[in-house]
Design a protein around this ligand. Structure first.
Ligand SMILES: Cc1ncc(COP(=O)(O)O)c(C=O)c1O
Length: 405
């Protein structure tokens, strides 16, 4: 009798073929575990240095520190919110091994000059595509250009399996090591899978923009207290010490959820329709901002921006969040700090406040508008009214660029 193929195998196959023919992918519990596995496969060890943008999530920094390596931060470009390519070389030392390039909010970093620098100094380039699944750089899919890349399929990412991570590469040697790590990984427990199923159910049935703020507060608080399977558990935000069960694998529950995004609707993958929707909503926000006299987010020629989030800088973020909550307007808070959401004890992650002025300014003033499939034109009109009413609070969509007039 023929053995049936597992959902995980099917999902992996679909991811690989979506990105590029014969591309390798390995699946893990979270994006951060996929990054950890890539770092391990490359052989990152004590005292190696990894260059990364100073505008990221602390869970990206953690795996670097878990392996004894040193995160070295580079300021971001004020228009793209991605690593400032012109500032990379001054941070390279004899210990540097990797440059990590991010797809912030769905926009690829400018990879060609980054890879040029990497070639010159014999470094690896890893792409953090947690925000950028489905986007492109010079016509090629994000994740297929650098030595290796990883995706996140956590709740508010381009497509979601609840939580989840994918490591990809075309380098056969790395692929073999990733396969081994995938096999070694701890299997998610029955309790974890059940919790994930319950959370997926709640999200599908109960989450509406009207309950966004209260649901987010409850979920984050429970995760912080380590009471629920969270995107980030409290202990990950306290200090960068590797938990004993960190290298965890992907489950059939996650694969089942992921497969839904690769079903075809009118000949198109559902994930592509979601990306199309995000770009359409972003287009409407752009019109609003231009109409209000602001420059829209920067869209370089080299990349297709998929707008996982639509960036907006405001004068007083605390006040702006309060105003949004009162009017039941959904707003995101990426990134609250250069190593989101850390706001103290930066030195534990080798971050020194004051070194990256653009990222630090952005992290004190940025909010983002949602583009997910729960957002329609009526909702965008409500956002328009809200923004018009609070126009004096808005700085624009790019650091230091306030007006198009
Ligand atoms: C830029 C970026 N990279 C990586 C990650 C980590 O992904 P995951 O939550 O799947 O570990 C995040 C976190 O959400 C992120 O914002």
């Amino acid at each position: 009798m023929r053995k049936s193929i597992s959902k995980t195998t099917k999902f992996k196959f679909l991811i690989s073929s979506y990105l590029e023919k014969d591309f390798h992918s390995s699946l893990f519990w979270k994006g951060r575990v996929a990054l950890y596995s890539i770092l391990k496969a490359i052989g990152i060890k004590q005292d190696d240095e990894v260059i990364l943008p100073a505008f990221t999530c602390v869970v990206v920094v953690n795996p670097i520190v878990y392996l004894g390596a040193k995160p070295v931060y580079v300021d971001i470009d004020p228009e793209t919110f991605n690593i400032d390519v012109g500032k990379i070389e001054e941070k390279i030392t004899s210990k540097t091994k990797i440059i990590l390039a991010q797809n912030t909010f769905g926009l690829s970093s400018n990879l060609e000059p980054i890879m040029e620098i990497a070639r010159k100094h014999n470094l690896w380039v890893i792409e953090d595509c947690a925000h950028g699944f489905g986007g492109t750089y010079k016509g090629r899919k994000n994740g297929t250009i650098t030595d290796a890349a990883f995706f996140s399929t956590q709740w508010n990412k381009p497509f979601s399996t609840g939580i989840g991570g994918i490591a990809v590469t075309r380098n056969e040697e790395l692929a073999e090591k990733l396969r081994r790590l995938e096999k070694e990984a701890i299997k998610p427990s029955v309790k974890e899978e059940l919790t994930l199923k319950m959370l997926l159910f709640v999200r599908r049935r109960l989450l509406r923009p009207s309950v966004y703020w209260s649901a987010l507060k409850v979920y984050r608080q429970l995760s912080k207290w380590n009471l629920i399977l969270g995107s980030s558990q409290g202990y990950e935000l306290e200090k960068p010490v590797e938990p004993k069960d960190f290298l965890k694998g992907f489950s059939e529950t996650q694969a089942k959820e992921g497969l839904k995004y690769f079903e075809k609707v009118n000949g198109k993958y559902r994930i592509d329709l979601i990306i199309k929707h995000r770009k359409k909503i972003a287009g409407l926000y752009k019109e609003i901002l231009v109409d209000m006299g602001f420059e829209p987010p920067y869209e370089p020629e080299y990349a297709e921006h998929t707008y996982l989030k639509f960036p907006l800088l405001v004068k007083d973020r605390k006040k702006f969040f309060q105003l949004a909550q009162e009017e039941k307007i959904e707003l995101g808070d990426w990134f609250l700090s250069p190593i989101h959401p850390i706001i103290s004890n930066f030195d534990l992650w080798n971050y020194r406040w004051g070194e990256n002025p653009v990222a630090e300014f952005a992290s004190c003033h940025i909010v983002n508008l949602p583009t997910h499939d729960g957002i329609d034109e009526n909702y965008v009109n409500r956002v328009y009214e809200f923004l018009k009413k609070n126009r004096d609070e808005i700085l624009g969509c790019r650091v230091g660029v306030t007006s198009n007039k």
